[in-house]
Design a protein around this ligand. Structure first.
Ligand code: ZN
Length: 170
């Protein structure tokens, strides 16, 4: 997934914002969007430290278990401290991470059962027909899904930024 993570975090946050109204919207937006991007922050380690030796989806930052554990910990935190905004933000951040892995799983390998089972899962595969490698993803139908997610987020953003005024009688 190339361009859909940020807009997917925006859509996730908008979808949940009314239920989480006790936390200011900018904080929610930051948590939801950062969570949706966060698993790919491991690219820094991939390029700068690991020298591309390991598929970055094999790092703990792309393990569903880590993100599910974060969400579970946030829910326990919320249970113990019902008015904690930090718990809400941590939960939304974790949810963004899970959404990231779900979207990655469309055409990218995700080790859903890591670290217990070393087996990647992807819903669809992208045939390696062109060079450079990323061109294969751009011309694959799954990129239309990414564009649709980005388009939906953009439309929603514009509608929320410029709400239409009620029609005047004069
Ligand atoms: Zn990713």
């Amino acid at each position: 997934m190339f361009i859909a993570h940020l807009p997917s975090g925006y859509l996730l946050t908008v979808a949940l914002a009314k239920r989480l109204h006790q936390v200011p919207l900018p904080w929610l937006m930051s948590a939801g969007i950062l969570g949706a991007l966060a698993p790919d922050f491991d690219m820094a380690y991939f390029y700068l430290v690991d020298q591309r030796q390991t598929h970055h989806h094999q790092y703990p930052s792309h393990w569903p278990l880590c993100w599910l554990a974060l969400c579970a910990a946030a829910l326990i935190w919320r249970y113990l401290a019902p008015h904690s905004r930090g718990a809400v933000l941590a939960w939304l951040f974790g949810l963004g991470g899970i959404l990231h892995l779900l979207l990655d799983s469309l055409v990218g390998d995700i080790w859903w059962l890591a670290p217990f089972i070393d087996q990647p899962y992807a819903l669809f595969s992208v045939p390696a027909l062109y060079q450079p490698w990323w061109l294969n993803f751009i011309v694959h139908w799954s990129f239309a899904v990414e564009l649709a997610i980005a388009g939906c987020a953009l439309l929603l953003y514009r509608r929320r930024s410029c709400p239409s005024r009620p029609a005047s009688k004069h």
